[in-house]
Design a protein around this ligand. Structure first.
Ligand code: ARG
Length: 448
């Protein structure tokens, strides 16, 4: 006898079964924990509406606690014939508890079951990325304070442009991280909505206290229209992937800069030796493979986003089995970006500066724009000053020593910006800590 929930006795072509189930039993190991939490909230709610006895609820919660622990440790097996996490959990509950297990699906469909499990996962992944962004922001800030005084020739088009410093350069990534935290917090707010109760996408004709499961799972709101709830499957996943790709955008820029600035032609910075790799043939080589792979992984993140977008694009309203494939790219991207942030933070912390090389880059023409502004401050119209500077460069008459101090006003501004950013960083991190606390409180709320 087949154990599939919807089985009514017909035979299923084995190859078709294999095709439709695909790697879902493996992929769904990643949502067992969340599925168990949401099932616990559902059971509590059902007992409060009278659909489960207190005894049945207690039995379900005890078993769901065991399943959630196993899920967390990746120890809950999903047999192929049971298709997915949802069926496997129900089968387990029924095996252990009998009738109570058969009641857990009251008022629920696998459609909203997977929606809520994924929503819990997405929300938690978002919170963890926010935490990691807070950490990398701190790494950029600390390193900027430590080696930031070193000045070098900033470039546009890879041509020498104007003086800048490591503090300004790393400060850019400090501020970028904060910007991403704000983006992540607004992503979190939209993810923080409870889809449970939409059932197959049309609601159910029994009493469901949707607000109660929202409260038990610490969601910020309940999604309302059941068709909209179903239509949000994949869309909220895409929202997180957009955020992840934004993070990728920063890491990509940082990787590129790190590769260029540590290259022997520039060498303003050094990447710690144990973060570089050697060559099998050229004995002198130390290569920035970590940063190159970081840059390449951003391509993988964009690939995951493209995969997800292509799967959900052009789908009409309601559930379609296509949606089963929305999980894998999300898990893959989250795993990748999380590793990337962790490694990038370590690279940042290990950077050292090469003051001599940096100073060598500050040739007289790099001070040309300062020279123009100095003249303008003395009353020469800007366009005239610009021409005077051009002539001074041509005749080698730029006096660098008198222009060094021009950088000071910019440096002062950088210090002020760091102070403001540090304040903002503390405020944003405080918000993330509160989110984490709210999430951490859920298992106790459900299981006691
Ligand atoms: N594994 C399925 C998915 O991820 C679960 C939902 C199945 N629902 C259905 N109506 N066949 O989409």
């Amino acid at each position: 006898m087949s154990k599939r929930l919807w089985d009514k006795g017909q035979s299923v072509n084995a190859q078709v079964h294999q095709f439709t189930v695909g790697n879902d039993p493996e992929i769904d190991r990643g949502i067992v924990y969340w599925d168990a939490l949401a099932s616990a909230a559902h059971a509590i709610m059902l007992s409060e509406t009278g659909m489960l006895t207190t005894e049945e609820k207690v039995g379900l919660l005890d078993e769901l606690k065991i399943i959630s622990d196993a899920g967390l440790k990746d120890e809950f097996d999903i047999p192929e014939e049971l298709e997915d996490s949802h069926s496997a959990i129900e089968a387990k509950l029924t095996e252990v508890l009998g009738e109570a297990g058969k009641k857990i699906h009251t008022g629920r469909s696998r459609n909203d079951q997977v929606l809520v499990a994924m929503r819990l996962y997405l929300r938690s992944a978002c919170a963890e990325l926010l935490q990691q962004l807070s950490e990398i922001a701190m790494a950029f800030r600390m390193k900027g304070e430590e080696i930031g005084h070193v000045q070098f020739a900033g470039q546009t088009h890879f041509q020498p442009a104007m003086p800048t410093s490591i503090k300004v350069w790393l400060g850019a990534f400090f501020e970028h991280s904060l910007h991403l935290m704000k983006s992540g917090l607004s992503c979190y707010e939209l993810l923080n909505q409870n889809p449970l109760g939409a059932a197959s996408g049309f609601g159910v004709p029994i009493e469901l206290r949707r607000g109660r499961t929202t409260e038990l799972l610490n969601f910020g709101a309940t999604q309302r229209n059941p068709i909209f709830v179903q239509n949000s499957r994949g869309r909220e996943e895409l929202r997180l992937l957009e955020f992840i790709c934004e993070i990728g955008g920063m890491l990509e820029k940082f990787s590129w800069d790190g590769i260029v600035y540590s290259a022997s032609e520039f060498q303003y910075i050094c990447i710690p030796e144990d973060f570089t790799t050697g060559s099998s043939i050229m004995p002198q080589k130390r290569n920035p493979d970590v940063l190159e792979l970081m840059r390449a992984r951003v391509g993988k993140l964009r690939g995951a986003r493209a995969e997800l977008e292509a799967i959900i694009a052009k789908l009409p309203s309601h559930y379609h089995r296509d949606l089963q494939y929305t999980k894998e790219p999300v898990f893959r991207a989250v795993q990748n970006v999380s590793e990337m942030l962790a490694v990038a933070s370590k690279v940042v912390a290990g950077i050292t500066a090469n003051s001599d090389k940096a100073a060598n880059s500050l040739t007289p023409e790099v001070y040309a724009t300062y020279d123009t502004f100095k003249r303008a401050k003395e009353g020469v119209p800007f366009r005239t000053a610009y021409k005077e500077t051009a002539e001074a460069i041509a005749s080698d008459a730029i006096d660098v020593s008198s222009l060094q101090s021009e950088f000071d006003s910019i440096a002062q501004e950088t210090d002020n910006e760091y102070a403001k950013a540090a304040h903002e960083h503390a405020e944003l991190t405080g918000r993330v800590v509160l989110l984490q606390r709210e999430l951490a409180a859920i298992p106790t709320k459900l299981f006691g």
